[in-house]
Design a protein around this ligand. Structure first.
Ligand code: DGL
Length: 273
């Protein structure tokens, strides 16, 4: 394994680019090869067995690219398939749940944490396990908020519609007295300002928002250091993008997730089967 090799990152679609964006901000010399399984998104509404099968296909494909480390950017995959991937893929693997859980515990003063994610992520109980493993006194209030994924994909991240959706999902949590909310899905950072605004209003006080993308990039930096796998500071890192369907549509929407223009980037369509 060479430290100049790329970091492999995958997600069910383009949402994982929020993680790529955080990685680029913190680790500018790393090459990244990204795979978005746009032909089979969403993963968050599927069974754990199906998500495991899809995740294995993605990991094996990235392995062909001589990567030094694998980042599972998808919360759903991190929640249900990480242990199996670690058994089967002989590479350091980082998911997004443990970094998000750690950041949430650090941010919470009252020990009451809200987590939002896809149906599969919340049903798995992975965030509750990860948070209480760090500190068993923490109370975790997890809620599936599936409608927020298509809203982010559509770019519907401001205005009445996302505000109503966020209000609807958070109203049942008002009694819980949480002081932190974990954005436990790749897509939710795009709705961060609506979530902060609406939740602050509902709870009549500001609530800290933890973005697992940022926390994952920080943990990745430590893992690379620990394994002596940090790329040398020779040149800015490159980004290669692969998708399993509709590269044109991906290019259109991806710039919102990545926070920059995709001009000049190579987006390739590949087949996983
Ligand atoms: N990437 C997924 C996640 O973070 C959201 C989209 C999907 O359901 O596939 O859970």
């Amino acid at each position: 394994m060479d430290k100049q090799s790329a970091i492999g990152v995958f997600d069910s679609g383009l949402g994982g680019l929020t993680v790529v964006r955080a990685i680029i901000e913190q680790l500018e010399f790393e090459d990244i090869v990204y795979l978005g399984d746009t032909a089979r998104i969403p993963y968050g509404t599927r069974s754990a067995q199906t998500v495991v099968r899809y995740a294995r296909n993605c990991a094996e494909k990235l392995r062909e690219h001589d990567i030094k480390l694998l980042v599972v950017a998808c919360n759903t995959v991190s929640a249900v398939a990480l242990d199996i991937l670690r058994e089967q893929i002989d590479l350091p693997i980082l998911g997004v749940i443990a970094p998000g859980a750690k950041a949430a515990v650090e941010a919470s003063r009252r020990g009451r944490i809200g987590v939002i994610g896809t149906l599969a992520t919340i049903a798995s109980g992975a965030y509750v396990r990860a948070i209480t493993a760090i500190d068993p006194r923490m109370k975790v209030y997890a809620r599936a908020t599936p409608l927020l994924v298509p809203l982010a994909e559509e770019g519907w991240t401001q205005g009445e519609v996302p505000r109503l959706a966020v209000r609807h999902y958070f109203e049942p949590l008002v009694e819980s007295d949480i002081d932190v909310v974990v954005l436990g899905c790749t897509h939710y950072p795009l709705l961060r300002s609506v979530i902060e605004g609406e939740v602050g209003m509902l709870f009549s006080r500001p609530i800290s928002v933890v973005d697992s993308a940022q926390a994952t990039a920080q943990q990745l930096a430590s893992l690379l250091r620990e394994k002596r796998l940090r790329a040398e500071k020779k040149r800015p890192g490159s980004l290669r993008l692969m998708v399993t369907d509709k590269p044109g549509r991906f290019a259109e929407v991806a710039s919102r997730f990545l926070g920059r223009n995709l001009d000049g980037l190579d987006i390739r369509q590949i087949d996983l089967l």
